[in-house]
Ligand binder design. Sequence first.
Ligand code: SF4
Length: 366
Amino acid sequence: MKKLNGTVIVTYRCNARCTMCNRYKAPSLPQEEISIETIKKLPPMYFTNVTGGEPFLREDLRDVIAELRKKSDRIVISTNGFFTDRIIALCREFPDIGIRVSIEGLENTNNEIRGLPDGFKRGVETLKKLREMGLKDVGFGMTVQDKNAPDLVPLYELSNELDMEFATASLHNSFYFVETGNKIYDRPMVAQNFENLVNRLLQSGSPKKWFRAYFNHGLINYIYGQERLLPCDMSFDTFFIDPYGDVMPCNGTKDKEVMGNLNRQTWDELWNSPEAERVRSVVRHCSRKCWMIGSVSPAMHKYIMKPAWWVFVHKFLRFFKKKKYSMYEIPACCDLRDGRVTAGELDRLGTCDPKAIANDGLKHGE
Ligand code: SF4
C-alpha cells in the first residue's frame, strides 16, 4: 500500500487566544474526539503532523502517538509549547518525534497575538529543554501578519542561534480557523520582510534552507493573491482527519469537505468511495490558492524540478552575479508598486470576506 502524508487534528480545544484563529471559540468535546480505535484504522504514512487546537490538552496524547508510530515513518507535533512538562514527558518516551512550537514573533508581539500570558518564554524554554534532551527535530513555526512581520528575520536569527528549524506561514481563512476576515493590509511591508528572510535563507549553506527560501517566495506570491506556484494535490496522496473522524483533503477550504468518516468506515471504503472522488474533483477546481506547508511540502516533493530550478537560479545569481532575490520578481508586486493594480483589487483575489459566516465544521446536534 502506498504511504500517504496525513495530518491528525486530535482536538479542537485550545488554551491560546490567537487573533487570527477563532477555533478556541468552537472547541470539540473531549468525549467526541478521535479515539485510539479510529487511529488504528489509519493507513501507512511517510509523514504525520499531529495538530489541534492544542494537542497537549488531550490527556491520552501518549496513546495516540504510540499508535501513530506504528503507522508513520515520521511524526511532528504542532503545539503552542505552553505545557512544557507534558511535552518533555512525551518526548522522553518518544525521542524520535518532532516538535514545532508556534511563536508569533519576539516576546511582546507573540504574547499579544497568541493571548497566552508568558507564552513566548514558555515556548522558548520548552524548545531549549527539548534540545538539551537531545531531541533533533525541534523548531519554531510563525504565522506572519502585519503586526509581527518586522519580527520575522529576528526570530529566524534566534532559531539559528538555538540551532532549530524555522517554519513560516501567513494568514488563511477557512472552517478550520473559524475565520473569514484574515488579511494582510500592508502587502509591500510584509513582503519586504519575507524578501529579507529569503535572502538570509539563500545565504546559508543548507540546501534545506534554500528550498525554504522558495516556500517563502511562494508566500509573497500568496499574499498578493496570485495563483499557486505549484498544483495542489491534496486528497490524492494526502489527507487530514478531524476530531470527529471526518477525513478531509486539507484545512484550507471555506466549508469542511468530507471524503468519509473513519469512525464508521474502513480506510479502503472511505478512500475509494464516490464521496472521496467528489472531493478530489473539488480540489482539482479549488480557487483558494492557499500556500500552507501541509499542501506545499508534498507538492514540492512531487514537482521537485520547479523549486529545484528556482533554487539553482537564485543560488547561481547570488554567488556569481552578486544579485539578491527581490520580491519584484513577482509581477503582482511590480503592478501594485507601479499603480497598475490597487490594494483593493488584490484584496478581491484573496479569501478574506469579513461579512461571511464562518462555518466551524463542528457536529452540532448530532
Ligand atoms: S488550494 Fe488545496 S489546500 Fe488550499 S483549500 Fe484548495 S484544496 Fe485545500
